[in-house]
Design a binder for this molecule. Structure first.
Ligand code: 5GP
Length: 129
């Protein structure tokens, strides 16, 4: 079982934003930027382009709603969307607040936040969902 499936099942803690029957959104543990969110399908599939068409389309609509909530809470120009998947073999969309192209740098040192900060960011996004 992937680490993300364990998060979905509540077996591994995460700063949850929101979930529905098919998808789950939570804060990245090692954020590229403040408010970096991951959206995952509850059904474990490694490669995003192996997902069923409908589930894939619905995941983007789910991500859109999360991104709108993020935009209300985090000061930024846009919410960028990125798919990598080299580290965790469970399809996921990265939603990252950006002001500049350079803000979407997965190789840059990640931004440290305290548990309290992460909790309040997650709660604020969830409240605006
Ligand atoms: P990717 O697979 O897209 O290359 O990267 C996986 C992302 O998942 C990374 O940004 C990493 O920080 C995040 N991540 C890895 N393990 C965990 C975890 O246990 N909890 C959370 N919240 N995020 C994780």
């Amino acid at each position: 079982m992937s680490i993300f499936s364990k998060i979905v099942k509540g077996e591994v803690p995460a700063h949850k934003i929101v979930e529905d029957k098919f998808f789950y959104a939570f804060l990245d543990i090692n954020p590229v930027a403040k408010g970096h969110v991951l959206v995952v399908p509850k059904k474990e599939v490694d490669y995003i382009f192996d997902m069923d068409d409908k589930l894939l389309a619905d995941m983007f609509v789910f991500a859109k709603k999360v991104a709108k909530a993020m935009k209300k809470v985090i000061t930024c120009k846009k919410i960028a969307l990125s798919v990598i998947g080299l580290e965790v073999p469970h399809a996921h969309i990265h939603l990252i607040p950006i002001n500049d192209e350079g803000d979407l740098d997965f190789k840059a040192p990640r931004k440290p936040f305290t548990t309290q900060e992460l909790e309040s960011i997650a709660a604020a996004i969830a409240d605006n969902y």
